[in-house]
Design a protein around this ligand. Structure first.
Ligand SMILES: *Cc1c(COP(=O)(O)O)cnc(C)c1O
Length: 821
């Protein structure tokens, strides 16, 4: 549904500055999620610590032209050709817009609230109901004052049922969520301790939550829960009630039996005088309760008992995320800084316990104060201690004043620190060894730093990266493009060996439009490190879709097999309009849709709304050489035709791109909407192997020098024959660092104090030897493997390979050092 900026300004009562005419399709509050700048309206929301308006310059540079800002804001910067909508309160404006959007739909809407299980009930309802209805639902757990309007905004002409969650943490919040969601069917999952700190009592919180159902036709809840039953009675809504009960046969939905087997549970129920049963593939109590809430909704929506039984049997779990990493001193790290409450602690401890069994490592927990549980400190840590003991933890390291005050409750090896700095400065921290460590902290404790410091990194020989040179190369290629042409910078393969994060950060500062990596993990690593710009994944693995969604990584899609799997997974996760990049095969014959497949592709894309094409591209086979120019032109022609066909079938802009580094230089007329810059960025001209600005220098130092008599040999298998008495230096770099073994035995050389020193004998794994007989040098002197004065292309020529391979071979154990002059 498109709105004009004019009508939006009116709807939210904004004063409009600027007169650019645009249609708005996307609402944005988090600049990291930007995807379709042209059709996006950004709400600059003030937060406790910051203000969304500080992202405006960046968003403007990335093409966003429409902003809702607080009228209090006096930004004296001027922006051309854009709209600023001034309102007293941007958050209220966002909510109002969503409210008015919601009013246009007369479809059933399920509103879910409660302390736990909202997301699972929502996802399960989707699994149960989506075969005959087009469902719109909250992405992930978007249930806040910001998440709810963004969710409801997704309602469109094709929606037949809405499922939205609402979460609150203080009184007064539910009223605004109610008027945005306007649920016709209300589900209250349960009432527990989460977010209790801002409520006087559980009852107060329950009453507040029930406000969501003010105008609903029906309310669904656990009739055995006295608190909830009392509160529902007190709220005096006129809605019909479907309270389920395992005890009271007079309740509308009577649960007559719950039978757990080893891997499934059978549940019998009576509804409208009829007895039926279903089975779910779960045995835990929370899943059973969630399924009962889903059952009530299905019954209300008049699914037949057979349909219910059949679908319940196939419910799928909704996953939780935990990271496992290799740590220093033979430790294994499990990082879970997402959530800090008892339920998630238990899950993480269980996970740790299972992983520890095969490894024989000591089980250690580093835990911060748990915040936002609303329970008294003593009760809370009594429970924590119980969990810790029952899950076999052998050592606890507590951080924070609350957990420290409960130290006596733990009777295992234990250490406590008032804060994260004290922990990191301690011997306890430095001496962690042969342990499997769960690092679990509330956000405010910054435990990300803790895990970072525990992670394994080995430094030795270094690869120096000149960031200025990188930028010079970027600008060199930019100068060949029109100002409006967008750019993807390839940071795949660890940024061609230069190190993805620093390179990505630098490129982001210089406003490139997209970064591209090969696999999902490369992308998630960038996200975890704080890269917020758009990232394309060139080779998305079927097993990593979840990572794509979690980290907003946009996949390349090259086949129907991949497309269908991606759509299926996105639908399962409740994701809509996830941006993808379509690859066409115009002659490379590696990956990509054949151009003849484009009509079928269009049809498939139009039949769903889980994913949306953001760009379409193809790859040149021989753009670096004139011997292939006719072929390249043919590729461009094929691509132009097929990509135009795709574009004309969709109302939104789909970016078209085909040029790589050599393509930019040699076929600037084919720059289209965007280009993909790779090797040139790293300083190597793909056309003639000349160096543009040298970016990378691989260097090391001389460890030891010795005199070797001419009749002796050097290194393994006595391969290093000498022709004279020689001075031989050993340097700490070997094939495991990426120094190719074929350079050994006099084939290649490095530079010592500016002079050529040939490799003597076989290159070993971690060390190699060089001949410095004629060079004035001493132990500790610098050695250049490649760099300004020994171009990488000299090495690639000696090795009869391409510079790409030499660059990407430098192993990750080589420490990267970045500098700007
Ligand atoms: C790696 C890659 C590029 C960049 O190529 P360069 O020759 O390094 O400029 C562009 N497009 C695709 C699809 C790639 O895989």
């Amino acid at each position: 549904m498109l709105y004009t900026i004019e009508s939006i300004a009116k709807q939210i009562g904004a004063k409009r500055l600027g007169n650019l005419d645009t249609n708005i399709d996307w609402l944005l509050t988090d600049s990291r999620s930007l995807c379709f700048p042209e059709e996006t309206l950004f709400f600059a929301l003030p937060t406790k610590r910051s203000d969304g308006s500080k992202y405006i310059p960046d968003l403007y540079a990335r093409g966003v032209r429409n902003f809702v800002v607080s009228s209090k804001l006096n930004d004296n910067k001027t922006y051309n050709n854009c709209n600023f909508l001034l309102v007293p309160n941007p958050l209220k404006a966002l909510q109002k817009l969503a409210e008015q959007h919601r009013e246009q739909f007369q479809i059933p809407v399920i509103g879910i609230t409660g302390s736990n299980g909202k997301t699972i009930v929502k996802e399960w309802l989707h699994q149960l109901l989506s075969s005959e209805r087009n469902i719109v639902r909250s992405p992930r757990s978007y249930n806040s004052q910001i998440g709810v309007p963004i969710s409801v905004w997704q309602m469109s002409e094709t929606s037949e049922l809405g499922i939205f969650e609402a979460g609150i943490s203080e009184t007064g919040e539910m009223r605004s969520l109610q008027s945005i969601i306007k649920p016709t069917i209300g589900v209250l999952t349960n009432i527990g301790g989460a977010h209790q700190e801002n409520f006087f009592s559980l009852q107060e919180k329950c009453m507040e939550k029930l406000l969501l159902f003010k105008d609903s036709e029906v309310i669904i809840y656990n009739g055995d829960n006295e608190l909830i039953s009392n509160c529902v009675a007190k709220s005096m809504f006129t809605a019909r009630e479907i309270a389920w009960s395992c005890k009271d046969m007079d309740r509308p939905l009577y649960i007559s039996g719950i039978k757990k087997e080893s891997e499934s549970t059978t549940i019998s129920y009576r509804y409208l005088e009829m007895d039926n049963s279903y089975c779910i593939p779960f045995i835990d109590d929370a899943s059973i309760e969630n399924s009962l809430n889903c059952l009530a909704v299905c019954l209300y929506l008049m699914l037949s008992p057979e349909q219910i039984t059949q679908r319940m049997a196939h419910l799928e779990p909704i996953a939780m995320r935990l990271e496992v990493k290799e740590g220093k001193n033979n430790c294994v790290l499990i990082n879970d800084s997402y959530n800090s409450d008892l339920a998630s602690l238990d899950i993480a401890l269980d996970f740790l316990y299972r992983r520890s069994l095969s490894k024989g490592l000591k089980r250690t927990l580093i835990l911060s104060d748990l915040l936002e549980t609303g329970q008294s400190t003593t009760t809370l840590y009594r429970k924590v201690a119980q969990l810790v003991h029952s899950r076999g933890i052998e050592k606890i390291i507590g951080v924070g004043n609350e957990i420290s005050s409960c130290a006596s409750r733990f009777d295992i090896e234990k250490y406590f620190f008032p804060n994260t700095e004290a922990l990191q400065a301690s011997d306890v921290f430095k001496k962690l060894k042969n342990e499997i460590i769960l690092v679990k902290g509330s956000r405010s404790f910054d435990f990300d730093i803790v895990s970072e410091n525990l992670e394994l990194k080995v430094h030795e020989t270094i690869l120096e990266i000149n960031l200025n040179a990188l930028i010079n190369n970027l600008n060199y290629y930019r100068s060949k493009l029109k100002p409006e042409t967008k750019m993807v910078c390839m940071v795949k393969a660890f940024a061609y060996g230069a190190g993805s994060y620093e390179i990505a950060k630098t490129l982001q500062e210089h406003r490139v439009d997209y970064l591209a990596v090969a696999v999902a993990d490369e992308g998630s690593d960038l996200r975890k490190a704080g890269i917020t710009g758009s990232i394309i994944i060139m080779n998305p693995e079927m097993t990593a879709f979840k990572t794509l969604f979690d980290y907003k990584l946009e996949p390349e899609v090259y086949s129907f097999h991949l497309l269908d799997a991606l759509i299926k997974e996105a639908e399962k996760e409740g994701i809509t309009n996830f941006p993808i990049h379509i690859k066409l095969d115009t002659g490379m014959h590696r990956l990509g849709f054949a151009v003849e497949e484009v009509p079928a592709l269009i049809k498939r894309l139009k039949a769903q709304n889980a994913v949306i094409p953001r760009s379409v591209f193809s790859h040149m086979v021989g753009s670096d050489s004139d011997q292939f120019d006719a072929f390249t032109r043919r590729q461009i022609e094929l691509f132009d035709k097929a990509s135009t066909e795709l574009q004309t079938s969709f109302p939104h802009k789909i970016l078209r791109h085909i040029c790589n580094s050599a393509g930019i230089e040699r076929f600037p007329e084919a720059q289209l909407d965007m280009v993909r810059l790779g090797i040139g960025l790293y300083g190597v001209s793909p056309i003639d192997n000349s160096i543009i600005y040298n970016v990378s220098t691989l260097k090391t130092t001389i460890l030891q020098i010795r005199n070797v008599a001419s009749e002796d040999t050097v290194g393994y298998s006595r391969k290093g024959h000498l022709t004279r008495d020689s001075r031989i230096a050993a340097i700490p770099i070997g094939y495991a660092d990426g120094l190719n073994r074929h350079l050994g035995n006099g084939k290649g050389y490095c530079l010592v104090n500016g002079k050529k020193a040939f490799y003597v004998g076989n290159i070993c794994m971690d060390v190699c030897m060089i001949d410095v007989t004629d060079i004035d040098c001493k132990e500790g002197d610098k050695v250049i493997i490649f760099g300004d004065d020994l171009p990488i292309t000299v090495l690639s020529d000696m090795l009869e390979t391409i510079p790409y391979e030499v660059l990407t071979s430098v192993s990750t154990r080589v420490k990267r050092i970045y500098f700007q002059d």
